[in-house]
Design a protein around this ligand. Structure first.
Ligand code: SF4
Ligand code: F3S
Length: 106
């Protein structure tokens, strides 16, 4: 499955959801998660993310590995999202900031 990682936090551009053929994205306050059971590994979402936050599970860095379980967990709690919506006003300022996990809202 593909996994949403740290740089989505507080960026949440949502371009990714427009291309997913199986509606695998779920939305929290400042992050999106992919349901690993629904994801069919088509890879279409990866190049759509302006924050380069989407990574295939087999390519996760050591720091990104916790996001695999986190995506699965959050998808069970959050609603499905299938339409693009405006990013947070300060999204571009947060794009590229490292280690945003403490800022994740649930
Ligand atoms: Fe959806 Fe394909 Fe991305 Fe998986 S890899 S979340 S199926 S667009
Ligand atoms: Fe997040 Fe990138 Fe989608 S910032 S909401 S994974 S387009």
């Amino acid at each position: 499955a593909f996994v949403v990682t740290d740089n989505c936090i507080k960026c949440k551009y949502t371009d990714c959801v427009a291309v997913c053929p199986v509606d695998a994205f779920f939305e929290g306050p400042n992050f999106l998660a992919i349901d690993p059971i629904i994801c069919i590994d088509c890879a279409l979402c990866q190049p759509e993310c302006p924050a380069d936050a989407i990574v295939q599970d087999s390519h996760l860095s050591q720091e990104q590995i916790p996001f695999l379980a986190l995506n699965a967990e959050l998808c069970e709690q959050w609603p499905n999202i299938t339409a693009v919506k405006p990013a947070p006003a300060d999204a571009d300022e947060w794009n590229g900031i490292a280690n945003k996990l403490p800022l994740l809202e649930r």
